[in-house]
Design a protein around this ligand. Structure first.
Ligand code: AMP
Ligand code: MG
Length: 264
């Protein structure tokens, strides 16, 4: 999946096309069959991860409003058991959270041994919305890139695998999805009028994402840019990368000597 990695400080978002589906041979129908297989594989690997109880997997999801963070989580979780898997959603910080450093609330949610944690938004909001909305001065948020790199390296050195996904949609696709949200009674609850204000700041967000990804995509904690206008492609890409990362661990069920056990 090399072609999707954000490539260091000179990274340009325009290298990517949110409509791209070129890494998958086939279309939506073939992809949904593959997606089911990926979910099954993921389920087996997660159980193994939990049984081995050594590695930790952190999945970070970032993207504009309607980019599909919730849908991705639904897809990933669809294949996962109930134990050892958690989702942490990061909203506007509380007063108590603001009274601490920006990584405090995030650190409290990282996976323990054998666990998978999915971040729905993350510490990256502290260099995205915080920057775009000038919630802290530049001299504060600019230092955060290096603080994030150091924090993530520390997690990796302590046995965490970190996979970061930027769900990349176009402004036209967002318009379509916002309209759907308004029109559909089962989706309307998700519509937040504030999202329209954020939408007006699209170029500023795109620049903030470009800098954030460029500054913090490291070998140990890479960013993947996921073309996300097509939901099926987004799910296939992310599912494949997560499965590959777990397979690369080459885990085996622990050998336990039960030769003396007699079940009467
Ligand atoms: P949602 O993901 O739709 O539930 O919205 C969560 C909101 O919380 C988004 O508008 C985020 O930009 C906002 N948010 C998340 N983290 C922060 C943060 N550190 N500072 C300010 N706003 C944040
Ligand atoms: Mg929202």
């Amino acid at each position: 999946m090399k072609p999707l990695r954000a490539s260091g400080k000179n990274f340009r978002i325009s290298e990517f096309d949110p409509d791209d589906t070129s890494l998958f041979e086939g279309g939506k129908k073939e992809a949904s069959i593959e997606a089911l297989k990926t979910q099954e594989r993921l389920s087996d690997l997660q159980e193994l991860l939990y049984a081995v109880g050594n590695h930790k997997l952190l999945i970070v999801l970032q993207g504009m409003d309607t980019s599909g963070k919730d849908g991705t989580i639904r897809h990933l979780m669809g294949g996962l058991g109930a134990v050892g898997v958690y989702v942490a959603s990061f909203k506007k910080p509380s007063q108590q959270e603001l009274d601490h450093d920006f990584l405090w609330r995030v650190h409290a949610k990282v996976p323990g041994r054998g666990e998978i944690v999915i971040f729905n938004r993350s510490h990256y909001e502290d260099v995205l919305v915080v920057r775009v909305r000038s919630l802290v001065p530049e001299k504060i948020w600019r230092k955060r890139y290096q603080q994030i790199v150091d924090f993530e390296r520390m997690l990796v050195e302590n046995g965490t695998i970190i996979l970061k996904f930027f769900l990349y949609i176009s402004p036209e696709e967002q318009k379509k999805r916002l309209e759907e949200r308004v029109a559909d009674a089962t989706k309307r609850w998700k519509f937040n009028p504030g999202d329209l204000e954020e939408r007006k700041l699209w170029p500023a967000y795109e620049k903030a994402y470009e800098d954030a990804l460029g500054e913090t995509s490291t070998d140990v904690a890479p960013w993947y840019v996921v073309p996300a206008n097509k939901k099926w492609y987004r799910n296939w890409v992310i599912g494949s990368i997560v499965v590959k990362a777990l397979e690369d661990l080459d885990m085996k069920y622990p050998e336990i000597d039960l030769s003396n056990v007699v079940i009467e």
